[in-house]
Design a protein around this ligand. Structure first.
Ligand SMILES: Nc1nc2c(ncn2[C@@H]2O[C@H](COP(=O)(O)OP(=O)(O)OP(=O)(O)O)[C@@H](O)[C@H]2O)c(=O)[nH]1
Ligand SMILES: [Mg+2]
Length: 384
């Protein structure tokens, strides 16, 4: 009986809906179809917005943020545009000329005698080119033999060994060693040259790469003091993760900005403001302890010792593992425990030891970072 009533009900509903449907005018039907399509599109767009991964590259000046972004392009097969390569070409010339000028000045200030008196002549010639802002290939090729001569002199090498006492870009020795190739008439910067090329970032730059069909938006900012007020622009709700870079080899160097603050301390203070900021509560933080290669060279050097800057260090100052572990713990301890249980538990801090100029190293590290981010992103999508 009740089954019969049900089937009658279904049949009536079918008729009613049929009657209702035929009452729509063709215009109304078209309108309904259109609005369904819009709803579908918006739903898809909402999902793709949620699926987008936005990564903020943060850290002090010269920590390696832009270098990491260059690696992302290289690893994902996105070629540098010819115009960009031309710009890097020019910056490389500037890096070389400026770098040698700094060393020539430092030799004089440190009162280091020339190994060969003839080198002084090369130094005087080099000064002539110093004021040249418009460094074209022709000018650079005239200048290159003098740089070569200077780089061979023990006085310049001694000044270079004392570089922590002044401000010298980390990549200059790489370029001096490659000078013959770089000063050839048909020179075109290689990816390795581009990775070593140094130009401070001014402003905020976004670069999107589709990885596994998901847009990864990398946000690169300038890390020097004057640039940091621009960071707030990118602190919105759409950030997935913060990649925080630390130049671990800088434990014995001072800032270019004020020439007195220890660089590692500055980096730790920036990390403090990020990691303890309630605005970033739900955001995972990935710490890149960068410049492992330069740190390895430094811990072997008897002219420096981490205990002179961090007397609390108790490990072996010539063991890279001990020094890295010490720096890692120092950064992890920065996060203040919040005892307010009504707040969400803090996000884990992941960490990696990196060498941003080594493509293979960054490829391995990024694969792991990507998996972590995608798993966490998927989990948060499922919770929504
Ligand atoms: N040897 C070595 N050099 C590195 C490493 N990471 C970065 N560099 C070099 O360090 C210099 C500074 O790197 P950038 O990527 O420009 O640093 P940044 O964090 O973008 O600096 P700002 O734009 O001023 O905030 C460049 O010359 C890089 O080639 C590394 O792990 N090892
Ligand atoms: Mg940069």
């Amino acid at each position: 009986m009740s089954r019969r009533r049900n089937s009658r009900k279904n049949c009536c509903e079918g008729i009613f809906s049929h009657l209702l449907r035929i009452r729509f005018t063709p215009e109304e039907l078209e309108q309904r179809d259109k609005s369904r399509k819009i709803d579908k599109f918006l739903e898809k767009d909402k999902n793709s917005f949620r699926r987008q991964v936005k990564l903020l590259l943060l850290g002090a000046g010269e920590s390696g943020k832009s270098t990491f972004l260059k690696q992302m392009r290289i690893i994902h097969g996105i070629k540098f545009e010819p115009e960009l390569i031309r710009e890097y070409h020019h910056v490389i010339y500037q890096n070389i000329v400026k770098g040698m000028q700094v060393l020539v000045d430092a030799r004089e200030k440190l009162d280091i005698a020339w190994e060969h008196p003839m080198t002084e002549h090369a130094a005087n010639q080099a000064i002539l080119f110093h004021s040249s802002n418009d460094l074209d290939l022709e000018t650079f090729r005239q200048y290159a033999p003098f740089i070569n001569r200077l780089w061979q002199d023990k006085a310049i090498r001694k000044a270079y060994d004392r570089r922590r006492e002044f401000q010298l870009s980390d990549s200059v020795s790489y370029f001096f060693d490659e000078l013959d190739r770089i000063s050839r008439i048909d020179y075109v910067p290689s990816n390795k040259d581009i990775l070593h090329c140094r130009k401070a970032t001014k402003g905020v730059f976004e670069f999107t790469i589709r990885i596994q069909n998901i847009p990864f938006v990398f946000v690169d900012v300038g890390g020097q003091r004057t640039q940091r007020q621009k960071w707030t622009k990118c602190f919105d709700g759409s950030v997935t993760s913060i990649l925080f870079l630390v130049s671990t080899s800088e434990f014995d160097q001072v800032l270019a900005e004020d020439r007195k603050t220890n660089r590692l301390e500055e980096s730790k203070n920036i990390f403090d403001t990020i990691v303890n900021n309630t605005a970033f509560q739900g955001i995972s933080i990935i710490l890149f302890l960068n410049k492992t290669d330069l740190l390895a060279q430094k811990v072997k050097n008897p002219e420096t010792d981490i205990r002179w800057y961090y007397p609390q260090f108790t490990g072996n100052p010539h063991s890279i593992i001990d020094v890295q572990t010490f720096i890692l713990q120092m950064f992890l301890r920065v996060r203040k425990i919040n005892h307010n249980h009504s707040l969400k538990p803090p996000q884990p801090i992941y960490h990696h030891f990196t060498n941003a100029v080594d493509t293979q190293n960054i490829q391995v590290v990024f694969n792991s970072v990507k998996d972590t981010i995608l798993q966490r992103n998927l989990a948060s999508l499922m919770l929504q």
